[in-house]
Structures are given as structure tokens and as C-alpha cells.
Design a protein around this ligand. Structure first.
Ligand SMILES: [Zn+2]
Length: 106
């Protein structure tokens, strides 16, 4: 790890530290997201059906967001749909590279 501190003239506070930090980590998705992304890689969009109210949840999860019953059956969904709402994220994470200023859409 090598860091370079940019000190502005005139005794101003440090406002930037440049450098590179190697971070090794493993992120596990868990059984629901793992299957969801594996199916997506094979061209399928999968949801999971609630055993209580019958709603199909996407992304899949172990419990229903509406009635809190456990989920059960996996269901393949159509690849067509309608966008009901979206969020434009213009904030950058501190981990975002400074060169990537493109906002994301959720
Ligand atoms: Zn439910």
C-alpha cells in the first residue's frame, strides 16, 4: 500500500489522499441470490413464490416481504415487463474511482 498525501499550499487541511490499496475479499451471495444469478447467466429470470399470499418475489428471498411467510417454489419469469419506477443515483461511493462519474440507474 502506497499513499500520496496532496498538501495544498498555505497550510490548508489535507483534502485528498491518492494511492492504491489492495483489498482481497470474497463476497458470498447466499443460496437465493446465488441461484438467481446462476439462472440469469443462463438467460432465465427466476423469482420465488410465497407460500402464504402467493406473490412472486424478485429478487428471491427466504421470506415474503408482504406477509412474512416462507417462500417455496421457484418460478421462471418472462423477459418482458413494465418499469413502474426507477431511481437515479448520482452519489459516488468513496470506493468509486474518480474517473467514473457516470450515474447509475436502479
Ligand atoms: Zn406473502
Amino acid at each position: 500500500m502506497a499513499l500520496e498525501v496532496a498538501r495544498p499550499p498555505g497550510g490548508s487541511p489535507v483534502d485528498e489522499v491518492r494511492g492504491h490499496i489492495d483489498i482481497l475479499f470474497r463476497h458470498t451471495l447466499g443460496p437465493y441470490y446465488e441461484r438467481f444469478f446462476r439462472e440469469m447467466a443462463n438467460g432465465k429470470i427466476m423469482g420465488i413464490k410465497c407460500t402464504g399470499c402467493g406473490v412472486v418475489l424478485i429478487p428471491p428471498r427466504p421470506y415474503c416481504s408482504f406477509c412474512y411467510a416462507p417462500t417455496g417454489e421457484w418460478v421462471e419469469l418472462s423477459d418482458e415487463g413494465r418499469i413502474m419506477t426507477y431511481t437515479a443515483c448520482t452519489c459516488l461511493s468513496p470506493a468509486s474511482p474518480r474517473s467514473r462519474r457516470t450515474p447509475s440507474r436502479l
